[in-house]
Design a protein around this ligand. Structure first.
Ligand code: HEC
Length: 152
């Protein structure tokens, strides 16, 4: 019995080639620009969530500064969602962004208003995690629900 090694190898190589051909998105492409914007979202939300999870020490001023960071970036990704056309850039956006544009806008609105509410709280001065927990939970849930509907 001959084990079809070459074929397995060929398939493995093909598989790698398929995965590899994505590579990181070109940073100048719309896909690359929106992914960079989302990474910046994360650079603020991650420490904020860490402070509320007790993974990081809670510091009200730092928390408030990250809330300002989220507010500054709140519009950053959305202009970088043109119809994909024949773009082959690696990306995780579902086609519903373009096929259900009104729902997509609602998901953006929900996020925008959650961030606005959060900043309204943090601008009053932050002393305790309890002051910001609900507002941050609303932000988190708006990130998550958009990902559930529009991200692979
Ligand atoms: C209105 C929808 C929406 C909201 C709100 C949203 N995201 Fe996303 N996010 C997406 C989509 C769509 C992608 C996939 C982008 C792509 O690869 O084309 C994505 C991708 C990402 C990525 C991966 C970026 C990469 O390097 O590929 C991260 C990280 C991320 N989002 C974090 C967040 C965080 C944190 C929040 C909230 C603070 C958030 N997102 C809010 C839609 C959203």
């Amino acid at each position: 019995m001959s084990v079809p090694y070459p074929r397995i190898l060929l398939l493995a190589t093909l598989g790698l080639a398929l995965v590899g051909c994505g590579g990181p998105a070109d940073p100048n492409s719309p896909e690359g620009k929106r992914q960079a914007a989302f990474k910046q979202f994360l650079s603020h939300s991650e420490p904020m969530n860490g402070m509320l999870n007790e993974q990081l020490p809670f510091d009200g001023e730092t928390f408030a500064a990250h809330a300002e960071g989220l507010a500054e970036l709140v519009e950053a990704p959305w202009e970088h969602f043109p119809e994909p056309g024949d773009s082959k850039q690696r990306n995780a956006t579902l086609p519903e962004v373009w096929s259900q544009p009104e729902d997509w806008q609602q998901a953006i609105d929900r996020y925008r208003s959650a961030v606005t509410d959060l900043v309204a709280v943090t601008r009053q001065g932050v002393e305790t995690p309890e002051q910001v927990a609900d507002a941050m939970a609303a932000v988190r849930s708006s990130c998550r629900s958009c990902h559930e509907g529009y991200r692979r």
